[in-house]
Write a protein that binds this ligand. Sequence first.
Ligand SMILES: *C/C=C(C)/C=C/C=C(C)/C=C/C1=C(C)CCCC1(C)C
Length: 244
Amino acid sequence: MYASLLEMLPLANDNYVAFTFFTGCMAMMAASVFFFFELGNTSATWRTSLLVSGLITFIAAVHYYYMRDYNLSTGQSPTFFRYVDWILTVPLMCVEFYLITKKAGAKIDLLWKLIFASLVMLVTGYIGEAIYPTETVSWVWGAVSGAAYFYIVYLVWFGDVAKLAASGSPAVRAANGTLGWFVLVGWAIYPLGYILGTKGGLFGAEIAGGAYAQSMDVIYNIGDAVNKIGFGLVIYALSRSDDK
Ligand SMILES: *C/C=C(C)/C=C/C=C(C)/C=C/C1=C(C)CCCC1(C)C
């Protein structure tokens, strides 16, 4: 604990990666407090969604606390903590999508489809980033992960999620429209980080720990802020507009 406080001293100068871990940690904590405290002000129809938003940012806050420390003391990407965080929070985001569509009559198997696809996406991504991060195969794992990602985009834009939402109330349709953009644009931030930071990606010649691997962490941290805090705030806004 003492050692890690001392190690924080060089943070202020030019360590932008560590800076984004530090602010990411604070932002996740603040967002969790906000979502949890607002639960009491929220109508019953949206309360579970807001609770899940708070759980997502809370789980992320704990992981950012460790990732910040790890990155500061080793200068490396905290890939393991990153994926543990995602393995917990991405299925919870699927729960968010399901809760919205449930208002239009979604069945539980839709949730399992989303969760299954997201797990395939993350496990193959981890293999490409941490287990076989070599020029020859990391792009293959990235492509498999990308296919699972596109399946989720398909479900939300054209598949079961879209069809159900179309028959829902204006609030449900608005919520589904927003989540569609989060999945298409917000989630696309991550493969960008992967391509930049992994051998065999577009900039594959660069070695892990080099400049591009560093930019990968910054990109992932931006992605997390947009998708965890940003999406939570959208849920919050929707819960207000639908209040009466
Ligand atoms: C809160 C965390 C979230 C929403 C994380 C989402 C992560 C992804 C959408 C990751 C996707 C990836 C690909 C589509 C291909 C390359 C490997 C990944 C895992 C970075």
